[in-house]
Design a binder for this molecule. Structure first.
Ligand code: GLN
Length: 252
């Protein structure tokens, strides 16, 4: 638990620092400026990204579209597994990843992060009749997480690999918990709320907040040109109320 908090605090404290030693991105010359940006995400994470009747929706989806508008480009969505997002940005198959992604020190070694646009708390969800009241009751229990998320990384550290049940879609973890296969789920607060709201007779969210985090957009290391543009767009959306308007649509 201590480790969990200190790791998280470390990642919060260094937020906003710009990575050093970046190579300048090739300047987009006239006519060669991109008309489209590919955003990779994992659309299994309401209210940030999800599919509704075949359409991508959510806070991140709307923010990305707005950023695209500000940059004068179209944003195309590539829906992939959460743990493939960073490799996909690194390989250049996507220009950025936006997926309720937490800024961590480890991830900063692979990608560059934009300014923060949301904060989140890792929360613990248990069956309504569970005796688990907090982190201290989770030792020796089966804990469900989404593969490669901070919930996965930190719980694996704190409770050991043998406690972990990993799912590529967190909703599958909730199904497993409903059928008694696992005892708890650690997931981002708004996602927990969105899912538990749909099934409050089965699940409850514990009061104990597990850890606080910051969300940002990830771009390929050294792509300063795109990062600067995204940061300008985020700053503008934050100061003129556009970001809040989008968040308020999805989080009551
Ligand atoms: N915020 C968590 C992370 O970055 C979970 C994100 C997600 O599952 N989409 O690891």
């Amino acid at each position: 638990m201590k480790k969990f908090l200190s790791l998280t605090l470390a990642s919060i404290m260094v937020l906003g620092l710009v990575a050093c030693g970046q190579k300048a991105a090739a300047p987009a010359s006239d006519g060669a400026a991109p008309t489209k940006l590919v955003m990779c995400t994992n659309a299994e994470f309401p209210p940030y990204e999800f599919k509704d009747g075949g359409e991508f929706k959510g806070i991140d989806v709307e923010c990305a579209k707005l950023i695209g508008e500000k940059l004068g480009v179209e944003v195309e969505i590539l829906d992939i597994a959460f743990d493939s997002l960073i490799p996909t940005v690194m390989s250049g198959k996507a220009d950025f990843a936006m997926a309720g992604m937490t800024v961590t020190e480890d991830r900063k070694e692979s990608v560059d992060f934009s300014h923060t646009y949301q904060t989140a708390v890792q929360t613990i969800v248990v069956p309504v009749d569970s005796a688990i009241q907090g982190v201290e009751d989770m030792y020796g229990k089966k804990i469900g997480v989404q593969t490669g998320t901070t919930g996965d990384i930190y719980c694996s550290d704190d409770f050991g690999d043998e406690s972990m049940e990993r799912y590529s879609k967190i909703i599958d973890g909730f199904q497993a918990m409903k059928s008694g296969k696992i005892d708890a789920i650690v997931v981002d607060d708004q996602v927990a709320k969105a899912i538990v709201e749909q099934d409050s007779s089965s699940f409850k969210i514990l009061e104990t907040a597990y850890a606080e985090e910051d969300y940002a957009i990830a771009v390929k290391k050294g792509n300063k040109d795109l990062l600067d543009k995204i940061n300008t767009a985020i700053d503008e959306m934050k100061s003129n109320g556009q970001l809040k308007a989008i968040v308020d649509k999805y989080i009551k």
